[in-house]
Design a protein around this ligand. Structure first.
Ligand code: ACO
Length: 341
């Protein structure tokens, strides 16, 4: 007998940003930069930063609570927690295990997944398999990043780009024809050295590239990553449109990973998609890595820009190098509506 796969989708969503705002003019006092340069080259005006001593899991916890509430379930209903992060507070316990304990999700298994800025799409793809196969009923995905902890605050080439944030979704069964239609994932480890954050090991080249005292910081070849990002956004978008038989005109909104407005504008222009179809958050949060896509979906949803039946496209790229895309037919009408029969 043929196995029937259950349609799986986002039944709850939430996000959380730290309260501290770091503006471009604050950065002018820290490094040789200007508000004008940062806005012109990146589109970023300000970003949110965790308090000194505040763990990234604290915002992941708040985002998770909001997503669970929006899904109308309790923490004990969750079967699995996947945290997408490239900035875990500890290597062990994983951020997922920390959240499992803090949420009281006593029936849940838990693990972290690292696909850098593509983390949301990788985690969505994994969560979908568990729900569609009937293995688990509810999977909580939390994208939780504390990039300020791995930023070299003396390096003007990177410190103006990043911020801290968390976004979370609950994946569960939805009506037939709704939810995650398909996902596409890719990676290129050979090119991975153009964006690194060392952890337990550092080779000579890692040390040489980091010109200040703190060596456990993010280093990036900005122009290499820029070229890769524009090319891969276009490729991953075309691939998922093709896989799902979707036309750009069918899309209500597109949610790209927001690393730099110039990357987004360049890719959308080549794809013939209007930037009015996206929810910009980069100007106020900077590059928030895996949290960028769920935070922008949450803001669009709470602003009433997403209604049941809308087709949306998610596309991400990041360290690894990794990339991915997804098409979702939105299954919720407003916050509090689980979209489940
Ligand atoms: N303020 C003033 N000048 C600066 C600054 C700054 N903050 N940063 C760099 N400059 C200078 C450079 O030193 C250089 O000066 P020079 O010509 O005298 O050497 C000049 O500005 C131009 O530098 P570029 O690096 O060529 O600037 P570019 O226009 O490429 O912008 C940027 C740099 C914003 C980093 C861009 O390359 C970019 O966005 N790259 C992609 C980043 C990205 O998408 N990352 C995603 C993955 S992140 C993840 O997974 C964690």
């Amino acid at each position: 007998m043929k196995t029937r796969f259950k349609p799986a989708g986002i039944i709850g969503i939430g996000s959380c940003l730290p309260e501290n705002v770091l503006t471009n003019s604050d950065l002018e006092k820290m490094v040789d930069t200007s508000d004008e340069w940062i806005i012109k080259r990146t589109g970023i005006r300000e970003r949110r930063i965790l308090d000194k001593g505040q763990p990234a899991y604290s915002i992941g916890y708040e985002a998770a609570l909001r997503a669970i509430e929006d899904a109308g379930i309790s923490a004990e209903d969750i079967d699995l927690i996947i945290v997408a992060t490239e900035t875990p507070d500890y290597l062990t316990p994983s951020t997922a295990c920390i959240l499992q304990g803090k949420l009281g999700a006593r029936n849940a298994a838990a693990f972290d997944l690292n696909a850098a800025c593509t983390g949301m799409i990788y985690a969505l793809s994994v969560a979908r398999q568990y729900v569609s196969s009937g293995t688990y009923r509810y999977v909580l995905v939390v994208c939780c990043e504390g990039l300020s902890k791995v930023t070299d605050w003396q390096d003007r080439k990177t410190c103006v780009l990043f911020g801290d944030a968390a976004g979370a979704v609950v994946i569960g069964e939805v009506e037939e024809g709704y939810g995650i239609i398909d996902t596409y994932l890719g990676s290129d480890g050979e090119a991975g050295r153009c964006l690194t954050i060392p952890c337990c090991h550092m080779d000579e080249s890692d040390i040489e590239k980091r010109t200040h005292e703190n060596k456990r910081v993010l280093w990036m070849d900005g122009s290499e990553v820029f070229k890769f990002a524009v090319r891969i956004m276009e490729h991953a978008t075309e691939k998922i449109l093709d896989l799902t038989g979707t036309l750009p005109g069918d899309l209500k909104m597109i949610f790209p990973h927001q690393a730099n407005v110039r990357i987004i504008e360049g890719a959308l222009k080549r794809l013939g998609i209007s930037d009015e179809n996206m929810m910009p958050v980069i100007h106020k949060y900077g590059n928030i890595s895996s949290a960028s896509i769920p935070v922008s979906i949450d803001e669009a949803y709470r602003a009433g820009r997403l209604l049941k039946g809308d087709k949306i496209l998610l596309v991400g790229f990041g360290g690894g190098l990794t990339w991915g895309s997804a098409i979702i037919r939105w299954n919720k009408n407003q916050p509090g509506d689980t979209g489940v029969n």
